[in-house]
Each structure stands twice: as structure tokens, then as C-alpha cells.
Design a protein around this ligand. Structure first.
Ligand SMILES: *Cc1c(COP(=O)(O)O)cnc(C)c1O
Length: 380
């Protein structure tokens, strides 16, 4: 099946009891057994729920994996991956990681004796020098947030594999429509389905997709044993959102491209970060591993004060000032004080995340309206 068919059909069967074409919301905590151990494959809803099962089968198909394991948030999914490790192990990651991912690695798991190292992996060769005998997990995000750097998934996974190290790719910013890391050698793909997969800014949800049954079993054990599972209504909403994933992402990317070029030619804008520009340092890698260049655009101002950024942030009408991304509506954000406030300022500045950097999540509205909104805000 091709992607546009999978989003509608993969893993979805009419409900056997009624023929309902949409997977029902199985709002139940337990299932009646005819005799002890004589059940229909469902015992207790932390362990299995049919709405969640349909979603997991669909997600596995979208990322060309064998198994998907769903969680109550993207960070709960990350938490499950890190629980594969032991005290004394080390994670090597990109140095402009999503703020919440960084916070969990450093402030939660740091206390448990796990070490996290953050390195410039946009040149994959830097991975060789970053890893040590304690490194058990390489964690990458691409495109990165909010600098929109591109990591060469295939090159990173090949190096990690040579050293017997597990790789996890946070594919949230690309979505499964644009990029499929398992096909490029990754062991685990993570999504915050809160973003493009759900797509309507109405659910918090996370998932992991793998292609190795042994790894799937270990993660499913953690899903059940730690218990950060999503409720059936959330699974239903994610399934519903997925049906238009390809249409939404395609339109968002088209809009983002127009906005990126508009900003690039604007006299008040100093720099635009978007992997579709030929001069982007990893444009060639983006072209190779992504179907389109994504719908996130960041930019910095010529007069680069936080005050000027704040004026723009509070002057847009269509772009709503909010955290998050990947919904049908466009959002504008200030990484330094919002999504990345938990990262120390000196670390932020090292990667170009200044106090005047503005991040856009471009939605599916009319591109002319979005550009006019940005134009009037830049004039303020
Ligand atoms: C939002 C996000 C997460 C965390 O997901 P939640 O669903 O908010 O827990 C992780 N990685 C990236 C890249 C994100 O954008």
C-alpha cells in the first residue's frame, strides 16, 4: 500500500460486533472472562485496548515498522526508550535537542546515574569522537528544534550500528509522511503525535515504532510495567487525525516554502532557517532523506533584541502565540522563553538560539493571508 492508502486503511477493520466502519472508542478498564484465562485477547486496559491496537497497527504501517507502542505523551515515549538503559550508560544526542527531551535526560535520568552528552552531529563524523564504551543510545532529532538543522540519519545509524549502539530518531518535526528513519537504519522512531500526526492541537500523545520483534517486546513490557498509556478517546482522535496527515503536511510544506522565501527577502529579517534553501548547510541531506522540507521556519531579526521579537510575537493575528506545532492552524513562538527556557542561555547561544529568534509552525491556511499577517507584524 502507498502512504495515502495506509493512512486510511492500515490496521483498520470494521468493528466485528456491529460493522461500524470507524474503530469504536472502547471506554472500558477491563474485559469479562468466561472462565479464568478464557478471554478474547483483552484482559485489562493498561495492557491492551482495541482502539489503541488499531492505532498501533496503523502507526507501524506508516513508518514501515512491525510494531508501534503508544504512550500518553511524546515524553512518556522517550521515557520508555531510556528505560532500556542502565545506570552508568550514556546517551549521545544532538546539541539543539527539544527542550523537554533535554530536561528529561539531564534532570530526571541524570539523578539515576545516566549520562547525556550533546554533540554537533550535523557532521556525522563527530559521532565517532562523541561515543565512548559507555554509550548505549544515540538520540537524534531531525530537523532539529528550533534551528532546523538536518542530521544525516543513514550516516549516523551506520556508525552507531558498527559500535553496537541503539539509535532512536525523534521524527516529530518531519512526520511519517516526509521521512521514515527505520528505512534509513534507525532502530526506534519516536513521534510526539501531539504534533503532525494528531494534527488538530486537541490531543497529547506519543508513540514508538520499531522493526525488531525483540525490541518491540522489551518496549511493550515497559509500556505495561510503567503504565504511561494513552486513553481510548485520545487514540480515536489520533486515528481520526491520521486520515488527512498526507494532505495537511503537503499543504503546510507548500505554505512554509512561500513564507521562507518571503522572510528571506524582507529587509527586517537577518536570517531564515529552513532546510529547503540551497545554501542551508545540510540541504543535500534534507533532499535525500525528506520528501518535502517541512513546515517549520525560524528567523532572526536585523535589530535582534528580545523587545523587537516580542513586538512581532504579540502583533500577529492569524499566527497564534503558543507552544507546540504541527496543527492545521499556524503558530508563532519564542523558543528562548517558551519551548527552550529549560536550556541554559550559554548553551542556547552556542547553537544560534538568540533572544530574538522566532519560530513558526506553518498551518494549512491560505498562504497569502499568512504572508500578509507576517508583513503587518514586521511593520509594527
Ligand atoms: C513536543 C515534542 C516532544 C514531546 O512530546 P509531548 O507529546 O509534548 O510529550 C518531543 N520531541 C519533539 C521534537 C517535540 O516537538
Amino acid at each position: 500500500m502507498k502512504f495515502a492508502t495506509k493512512v486510511i486503511h492500515a490496521g483498520i477493520e470494521p468493528d466485528p460486533s456491529t460493522g461500524a466502519i470507524m474503530t469504536p472508542i472502547f471506554q472500558t478498564s477491563t474485559y469479562v472472562q468466561a472462565a479464568p484465562g478464557d478471554h478474547k485477547g483483552y484482559e485489562y486496559a493498561r495492557t491492551q485496548n482495541p482502539t489503541r491496537t488499531a492505532l498501533e497497527r496503523n502507526l507501524a504501517a506508516l513508518e514501515n515498522g512491525t510494531d508501534a507502542i503508544c504512550f500518553s505523551s511524546g515524553l512518556a515515549a522517550q521515557d520508555a526508550v531510556i528505560k532500556l538503559l542502565q545506570t552508568g550508560d550514556e546517551i549521545v544526542s544532538v546539541n539543539d535537542l527539544y527542550g523537554g527531551s533535554y530536561r528529561q535526560m539531564v534532570r530526571v535520568y541524570g539523578q539515576w546515574g545516566l549520562k547525556s552528552k550533546f554533540s554537533n552531529l550535523y557532521d556525522a563524523n563527530n559521532l565517532e569522537s562523541a561515543i565512548s564504551s559507555a554509550t548505549k543510545l544515540v538520540w537524534i532529532e531531525t530537523p532539529t528544534n528550533p534551528m532546523l538543522n538536518i542530521v544525516d540519519i543513514q550516516a549516523i545509524c551506520a556508525i552507531a550500528k558498527r559500535h553496537g549502539i541503539l539509535t532512536c530518531v525523534d521524527n516529530t518535526f518531519a512526520s511519517p509522511y516526509l521521512q521514515n528513519p527505520l528505512d534509513l537504519g534507525a532502530d526506534i522512531v519516536l513521534h510526539s503525535a501531539t504534533k503532525y500526526i494528531g494534527g488538530h492541537s486537541d490531543v497529547v500523545h506519543g508513540c514508538l515504532i520499531v522493526k525488531d520483534p525483540g525490541l518491540a517486546a522489551r518496549l511493550r513490557f515497559i509500556q505495561n510495567a510503567s503504565g504511561a498509556v494513552p486513553g481510548p478517546q485520545d487514540c480515536f482522535l489520533i486515528l481520526r487525525g491520521i486520515k488527512t496527515l498526507h494532505l495537511r503536511v503537503e499543504r503546510s510544506c507548500e505554505n512554509a516554502e512561500r513564507i521562507a522565501y518571503f522572510l528571506k527577502s524582507h529587509p527586517k529579517v537577518a536570517k531564515v532557517y529552513w532546510p529547503g534553501f540551497e545554501e542551508h548547510p545540510n540541504h543535500e541531506v534534507a533532499k535525500r532523506q525528506m520528501k518535502l522540507f517541512g513546515a517549520m521556519v525560524s528567523f532572526d531579526l536585523v535589530e535582534n533584541t528580545e523587545a523587537n521579537a516580542r513586538t512581532i510575537l504579540s502583533s500577529t493575528h492569524l499566527f497564534s502565540l503558543a507552544e507546540s506545532l504541527g496543527g492545521v492552524e499556524s503558530l508563532i513562538g519564542h523558543p528562548a522563553s517558551m519551548t527552550h527556557a529549560s536550556i541554559p542561555k550559554e548553551d542556547r547561544l552556542k547553537v544560534g538560539l538568540t533572544d530574538s529568534l522566532i519560530r513558526l509552525s506553518v498551518g494549512v491556511e491560505d498562504a497569502d493571508d499568512l504572508i500578509n499577517d507576517l508583513e503587518q507584524a514586521l511593520q509594527q
